[in-house]
Design a protein around this ligand. Structure first.
Ligand code: TRP
Length: 345
């Protein structure tokens, strides 16, 4: 694959779980490294999207940390990798407005995320929640992006982006490149992550291993956070829910807790899951497995945290500024062609 733009917006949270890191950030980092030689990689922080819900005053701090996480995870920078903040590229908001005048109330109010977040259109909902996917369409269309690696919950927004772009092109002349169809997006993600053992894997909640590990879990013991210290990690893993079968085997149906621990062990040590499973086959003491996993995760996080600590804020701002310079150039050019198409220029 060559000369394509791969673009994704990464929403920033206060802290990330080990599950988010291993299942999403790390695979995205590997994907970027795999394609950045011959393609453009745009990774941006959709700060304007973030403020639809949690304006908590911590966004600046959190986004710097998030970028450090990418670097510590091994993101390789070259002239094709661009990291930027959405709000530092005003063309996003500008194009969003123009697209607002092309998109319809009907198609936008069909978005599942809008329905969920607005509790089916409650009138107290802020307009940003409604407009969210149109801004997302602008994020994508400004850069002629073909592949947009996102979770399946965003596929409907990608389809909307295609529809709006197609309508615009039809009405005002060929202006936008459409992103790939969602079926092709899914294929791309599958192919690009085939050899990536972590992608698509769902680390489970330590207390309720039938569920995915989530930041919003109520119990602290349910989730391992990327900034946990060894004592915390050990306490959480030692108290993980297991079962009373008394054997260590990989069986997500009947032993989700034990299987989750084996999975985590494999991902943080880099030992293939099959090998981890055979090492523990025949063992019966869950406590021994937990101790080993606790040690592996503690070591993994300590290494990661040390790498993060080595990266200065200045380094992050340097990367952002150069990304924003690039993004403004590309986006302003596209915006001008849109403005001309609709006779605003
Ligand atoms: N909507 C995405 C999410 O909630 C974030 C996002 C915003 C995005 N703009 C984007 C992702 C453009 C891909 C492309 O996760």
């Amino acid at each position: 694959m060559e000369n394509k733009t791969i673009l994704t917006g990464i929403r920033v949270n206060s802290e990330m779980t080990l599950g988010n890191f291993l299942g999403a950030l790390l695979p995205m980092t590997r994907l970027a490294n795999k394609y950045s030689k011959n393609n453009q990689i745009n990774i941006f922080i959709p700060d304007l999207h973030t403020i639809i819900s949690d304006i908590d005053g911590e966004l600046q701090k959190n986004l710097v940390k998030e970028i450090k996480y990418y670097l510590a995870a091994g993101l390789e920078l070259n002239e094709n990798v661009h990291i930027y903040r959405q709000s530092y590229v005003p063309a996003h908001s500008e194009l969003c407005w123009i697209l607002n005048c092309v998109a319809t109330m009907g198609e936008t109010s069909r978005m599942i995320q809008y329905k969920e977040k607005s509790h089916n259109g409650d009138l107290g909902t802020n307009v940003g929640i409604f407009d969210y996917p149109i801004l997302m369409a602008a994020d994508i269309l400004l850069y002629d992006a073909t592949y947009v690696p996102v979770g399946e919950d965003q596929f409907q927004h990608l389809e909307l982006t295609r529809n709006i772009a197609e309508r615009f092109n039809h009405k005002f002349g060929e202006t936008f490149i459409l992103p790939a169809k969602t079926s092709d997006q899914a294929k791309f993600m599958e192919i690009s992550q085939e050899s990536d053992k972590a992608s698509g894997i769902r680390i489970r909640d330590l207390q309720n291993p039938e569920k995915k590990m989530s930041k919003s879990a109520e119990s602290e013991n349910s989730k391992i956070m990327m900034n946990d210290d060894p004592a915390k990690v050990t306490k959480k893993i030692m108290s993980a829910q297991t079962d009373s079968l008394g054997k260590i085997s990989f069986d997500m149906m009947n032993q989700p807790g034990i299987s989750n621990l084996l999975q985590i062990e494999s991902l943080v040590t880099g030992v293939p899951l099959q090998d981890v499973i055979s090492t523990w086959a025949g063992e019966t003491h869950y406590g021994d497995l937990k101790k080993k996993v606790a040690a592996s995760v503690s070591g993994y996080l300590a290494d990661f945290q040390a790498k993060v600590a080595e990266i200065s804020d200045e380094k992050v701002y340097e990367i952002l500024e150069s990304g924003e310079k690039y993004a403004n150039e590309v986006a302003n050019k596209k915006l001008l062609s849109v403005q001309k198409a609709v006779s605003l220029r």
